[in-house]
Write a protein that binds this ligand. Structure first.
Ligand code: ACO
Length: 405
């Protein structure tokens, strides 16, 4: 039998798999994803059951530690998240270095990567030492990313930072971010529930672009904070996490133009990447993204509960209906993905569009952390180092600059 790890050495063959779409880069126990049948499970638990019965912090624990927490474990995890919610006062000064309108994802990557500099004893780039502090580092990362995102919002709006409260994770987010609306929202459990749902549905998603990035950076021995910052960079692109912002911009443009979506659908069918129907299609799903189905249903419930209507939700539904009756989308098995409806809920909660991808980062942090842990804990792990198919010039001789035409 050929050992896949030594395929090239043993056989001389190198597989060319552009974008790794057909390459298993690792073994993982975290998330099962069957794109053909639209199945997503974390540690064996179907996403539908988690969305219905769990909440973000519990699912984060499950994703990171492999089991649903006991009441004692859940309490301890919640306490650690609360105790590590604040950001160092010195670190808060980083915010002031950014222009007021700096892109939130750019700010988030910089501030998260600074965690490695503020807590060097937890970010030693030595797996053994870093894993010895893993529980603390993991809780710090999830909690502080949330606090940093709220801080970015406050900074952009010229508002003073709020200090974290001794309240559950999502309530704390609403307090950190909005302070005043939080009081209004506090009476509406559906708001916290909706926020929980959005974050939970993003908790992990197998070897997507940002998670693979976290693993790749981690495989070099890099600490958790640095690996997470790299993951956030990867998330920012419009074909990945940035799609939730792009969807909202697209829906808004359809609304502003008074179009029914026909022009956007026609443009999307042109084959140009720039005109893709945002929030549609997925690198793995060839079926309805189960997360999109859950969020799609939740939109109506949340808007109803908040007594709000949103013309963009109607546009999204019409757009989905048109696309799902169009041969172009049907034949390519392009269905709404998680980003298609998530923005409608975030908008209803008062989260501005430009912050959407940072919200995705909060939600995905448990998945990144769990994947980094798998890399760091694998005694047989090796550095991620794919090969390439070289298509550049063949050998040629150096020409001194004076002799070049
Ligand atoms: N609109 C129009 N056409 C599309 C779209 C789309 N959203 N997505 C794919 N296609 C087309 C491709 O152009 C290709 O057409 P062709 O066969 O005529 O060349 C065909 O469908 C197949 O494309 P895939 O190979 O399935 O796409 P790929 O795996 O390269 O990309 C991706 C997946 C990036 C998600 C793509 O569907 C896309 O750009 N979607 C819009 C952006 C988006 O919503 N991203 C979020 C993804 S989910 C997430 O990251 C959380």
């Amino acid at each position: 039998a050929i050992d896949a790890r030594n395929l090239r050495k043993d056989t001389g063959y190198l597989f060319y798999d552009q974008g790794y779409g057909n390459t298993g880069s690792c073994e993982s126990q975290i998330t099962y994803l069957d794109g053909d049948n639209g199945i997503l499970r974390h540690r064996g638990y179907p996403i539908e059951q988690l969305a219905e019965q769990s909440e973000f912090v519990e699912t984060a624990y499950l994703v990171i530690y492999g089991e649903l927490p006991s009441p004692e474990q859940r309490k301890r995890f919640g306490t650690m998240l609360r105790e590590n919610a604040a950001i160092d006062t010195q670190m808060m000064r980083i915010f002031d270095g950014f222009p007021r309108g700096a892109p939130p994802m750019g700010m988030l990557t910089s501030i998260v990567s600074s965690l490695a500099a503020y807590y060097p004893h937890l970010a030693t780039n030595n797996f053994e030492k870093d894993l010895a502090n893993f529980d603390l580092t993991a809780a710090m990362a999830i909690s502080k990313i949330r606090t940093i995102v709220a801080g970015i919002y406050r900074y952009r709006h010229g508002l003073p930072f709020n200090y974290p409260k001794d309240v559950p994770f999502c309530d704390n987010f609403l307090h950190l971010m909005f302070s005043e609306p939080y009081k209004e929202y506090a009476a509406i459990p559906e708001v916290t529930r909706a926020l929980n749902l959005i974050l939970l549905l993003h908790a992990d998603h197998e070897q997507n672009c940002s998670t693979s990035t976290v693993r790749m950076v981690g495989s070099s021995g890099a600490n958790l904070f640095t690996s997470l910052a790299a993951g956030i960079c990867a998330l920012s692109g419009p074909l990945h996490g940035g799609a939730n912002t792009a969807v909202m911009q697209m829906l808004q443009a359809i609304h502003d133009e008074g179009d029914d979506g026909t022009r956007f659908i026609a443009a999307a069918k042109s084959g140009s990447k720039a005109n893709r129907l945002m929030g549609f299609g997925h690198a793995v799903y060839r079926n309805y993204d189960p997360r999109a189905r859950i969020i799609g249903h939740a939109c109506d419930v949340v808007l109803n509960k908040l007594g709000k209507t949103d013309p963009l939700l109607d546009i999204a539904k019409r757009l989905e209906h048109s696309a799902l009756n169009d041969e172009y989308f049907l034949s390519r098995k392009l269905y709404p993905n998680v980003d298609f409806y998530s923005g409608i809920i975030m908008r209803a909660l008062g989260i501005p569009t430009e912050l959407f991808t940072t919200m995705f980062a909060i939600g995905r942090s448990p998945g990144w952390i769990a994947n980094w842990k798998e890399v760091a804990s694998n005694p047989k792990g090796r550095i991620y180092r794919p090969r390439q198919v070289y298509v550049g010039p063949v050998k040629r001789d150096y020409v001194p600059i004076g002799k070049r035409g």
